[in-house]
Design a protein. Structure first.
Length: 270
């Protein structure tokens, strides 16, 4: 009898996979998923994009690279590699989880279009996950309030304020975009902000503004660096959504851009 190997995380750039195919099931919309689930998660929101394969919340394979080009331009090459290494096919996945924003307009469009297409073709559920929630979910801080922040380019920052609940994070107000100093002052003005934690993969984008504001003795939260490889966390959050039946389909899944596209800004100036 041939023994089945368990798939492992990326080790020294190589992904080890199972020798035989896994399972595949279908669920109607809003029906809780409570059995073993094979998940494909993708993040195309930034140049540091990633793909991950999970069985329930356990990551069994992940690919991520950093380049100047938007990750969506190399996503399909990485997908082919990952599926080949894990001996999987797209029709075997039970759930697709995708970064819904905020982030690169082009990157988000490509990632969401791919996830929508797979969900429609294979008649499987899909879940859109906030990039900022995926950042906040990585925190090891004991803070009750987590301020997730990511680089919005153009000298700006995307951020969202999340409050810890029993087994989840609840977004307070809306996710926003501000300059670094405006962002820090807005957070510092909140009651109890000194007990918050700012969670970000790019703390260096705050360095200059932090130095200026600290000289004014404004109370500010501590800053915690987390990974910019978000696909594994997106997959885990997607699984938790699916457990409660909070899934979408190709028609209802949408992006959260926060900021207007360049075309929209240009049109408004005309």
């Amino acid at each position: 009898m041939r023994r089945r190997r368990q798939a492992n995380l990326v080790i020294s750039g190589r992904i080890k996979g199972p020798e035989s195919a896994l399972f595949s099931r279908e669920w109607p919309p809003n029906c809780p998923i409570i059995v073993l689930v094979l998940i494909l998660a993708l993040d195309t929101s930034s140049p540091t994009g990633s793909l991950a394969v999970l069985r329930d919340e356990n990551v069994i394979g992940v690919v991520s690279t950093l380049a100047e080009e938007t990750y969506s331009s190399r996503m399909f090459r990485h997908l082919e590699f990952l599926l080949q290494e894990l001996s999987l096919k797209l029709d075997q996945f039970d759930l697709f989880a995708v970064a819904a924003g905020p982030g690169s307009f082009t990157g988000l469009r490509v990632g969401l279009a791919a996830a929508k297409g797979w969900a429609e073709v294979y008649e499987k559920p899909v879940v859109g996950i906030s990039v900022l929630e995926a950042i906040a979910a990585q925190s090891y801080s004991n803070a009750t309030v987590l301020v997730a922040a990511s680089d919005a380019r153009r000298g700006e920052i995307y951020y969202g304020v999340y409050r810890r609940q029993k087994n989840s994070l609840a977004l307070e107000d809306e996710e926003c975009v501000l300059g670094p100093e405006e962002f820090l002052r807005a957070i510092g003005a909140r009651p109890g902000s000194a007990e918050f934690a700012i969670i970000t993969p790019s703390p260096e984008m705050l360095s200059a503004a932090l130095s200026r504001i600290e000289m004014e003795r404004v109370p500010l939260p501590r800053v915690e660096r987390v990974s910019n490889v978000l696909a594994p966390v997106i997959g885990q959050l997607g699984y938790r959504r699916a457990q409660s039946g909070a899934v979408s389909d190709a028609l209802t899944l949408d992006a959260n851009y926060i900021r207007r596209t360049d075309a929209e800004v240009h049109a408004k100036r005309q």
